[in-house]
Write a protein that binds this ligand. Sequence first.
Ligand SMILES: [Fe+2]
Length: 313
Amino acid sequence: MTDGSENILDNPLVGRYIGFAVCLPFTSFRIKTMSAAPSWEPLGPDLPSVLSAEADPLCALAEAHIPAVILRRAYDPAHCEGLVRRFIERGLMRDPQDAETGLADPATRIDIGTSLGNRGNDREAFLAHAVETHALFETLFDGFDHPIKTIYDALAALDTRKHVMTAREPDGRLYGPAIFRVHYTGHQYHPHIDHVTLREKRFAFAVTRFVHQFAGVMCFQNAVHKGRCAQAILHRCLWTPDVQRYIATQTFPRYAEEQGIGGYRVDLEPGDLYFFNTRLIHEVPAVEGPNPRIVLASFIGYSVEDPEIYVWS
Ligand SMILES: [Fe+2]
């Protein structure tokens, strides 16, 4: 992961991203004890409810008026289970029951798919890997509902004026459409943001044209251990260069506490799908226990005035 915000405002592409400010006190978990606090709650639990509560939910995400859109049981939990079994059978992920393989391979995260964040430094290799991923995904879900289509269809329903498609370069070459991430014991995401321009500075890729970046994440399996379960926390704080110092030094939790910045914990069950603005500082505590936390994740490029929405991983 790269962090640094050095000289980022010098880039003319970046100025347009830094608009409004941004860290707001109060939290959804805090609202229970601070009755005067304004609400910051997700929209959900299904598409009709979301659309009746908010005419333009993606715009509400872009402006961080809400922490997330959460669609409960967007995908059949039995299909989540079935696909996880298939991943193990095909050797795409480690069997958590197989201690020997675990010892031989100490990696705490396995990706099934193509990651721009991990592979984008070599553009040709990244695009070639994406071709393999598309070939793999062509048959991987046979016999099950297509989980990636579920994400794309949900996005299209959230803004019917736009065309949702896999991200592509001007020559038509496609990015990975989404990625399965399997997180084993100890894997943790410290407070961070995801943004191809603000964080990763990948100005040479077509997705840099979008002002806003969202994530669409579908829970495939929770890592429940001794009654605890690692779930994402969205802080009510959009990234700015000022906040970057607390991210880089891993002191954001103390800063958030001092500033009274609230947040929202996204508790998911298998089959639940949620969307959030990845410029919100967010984190996932360490996975505990033998069962991996498995999600299907995608990034989403969105601009209010752009007729297209790009999805990639
Ligand atoms: Fe993230």
